[in-house]
Design a protein around this ligand. Structure first.
Ligand code: MLT
Length: 278
């Protein structure tokens, strides 16, 4: 983990491996550690896993918009001297950011992985729920977010609860949410609520897109990714059984295999060379 200075902030970033750049963008209100199970991907690619502004060990100010977070990704690639187009993968809020990177900076994107996310803007009800949560967080602190979110982040079926890693995952999420500042949480909630609908902009994106969603995701259920599949030019869709909103944490082996297969299929990086027998 090291810090990289951007024009108006400083991001903490974990980098490992070489070759095709693969950027992993965390969800709200988490940090880069949610991608620990993806570390083995560094055997095939150059992993770039930042804490987005305001989150984890990165400096603020907290994000004013999803577009700002997308521009941070490109500034980070520049600061790391990554000139070749990257694969940009994001979960939930990170997915919204990945969509904005693809729409705003298409020449920087080789392929996209959207995980447990959606293309649509918030409904008025979702916006109102975010405003209410922000007000509660102002009053009682991060506990409110942990209590409101953790039960919805993970799959609830008996089979999913039997995952031996489950207590560790829950404890990790609780720790991460507690470590996120109230200011970041409330500012990011406003940015999430204000994000635009991306359907038309994503329809225009030519890069291949892997869509991944937990079968038991209740925050962005499989229908969200099925709707995205109907809009995108080059989609592949994977619905992961026994997973909720955090599929890469809940079943890292299946997720990682899907990413490597996708990179092979689209001829990207080391995985592509292996798949093509070169
Ligand atoms: C996330 O996991 O990043 C959030 O659930 C995103 C959202 O609330 O839309």
């Amino acid at each position: 983990m090291h810090h990289v200075t951007l024009p108006d902030t400083r991001l903490a970033v974990h980098t490992r491996g070489s070759g095709l750049p693969l950027v992993l963008l965390h969800g709200f209100p988490l940090d880069h550690t949610m991608w620990a199970g993806q570390d083995p991907l560094a055997d095939a690619v150059r992993l770039i896993v930042p804490d987005q502004r305001g989150f984890g060990a990165s400096d603020g100010p907290p994000p004013e918009s999803i577009a700002q977070l997308a521009d941070d990704v490109v500034a980070l690639l520049d600061a790391l001297h990554v000139a070749e187009p990257a694969v940009v993968c994001g979960l939930s809020m990170g997915g919204y950011v990945a969509e904005h990177v693809a729409a705003r900076h298409p020449d920087r994107v080789r392929a996209i992985v959207l995980v447990d996310t959606k293309l649509e803007a918030d409904t008025p009800e979702a916006r109102a729920a975010r405003a209410k949560l922000a007000a509660t967080v102002e009053r009682v602190g991060q506990d409110a977010v942990a209590e409101a979110m953790i039960p919805n982040l993970l799959a609830r079926s008996e089979a999913a609860r039997a995952n031996p890693a489950r207590p560790l995952i829950e404890a990790h999420l609780r720790r991460t949410i507690h470590a996120t500042s109230v200011e970041t949480i409330t500012t990011a909630l406003a940015a999430l609520a204000a994000r635009p609908d991306m359907i038309e902009r994503m329809r225009a994106v030519a890069a291949p897109v892997l869509l991944v969603v937990g079968e038991e995701d209740t925050i962005t259920p499989p229908e969200c990714m099925e709707r995205a599949e109907r809009v995108l030019q080059q989609p592949r869709l994977l619905i992961m059984p026994r997973c909720g909103h955090l599929a890469p944490l809940e079943d890292p082996a299946t997720f990682n295999a899907a990413v490597l297969a996708f990179l092979g299929e689209v001829g990207a990086g080391a995985a592509g060379r292996t798949a093509a027998g070169r």
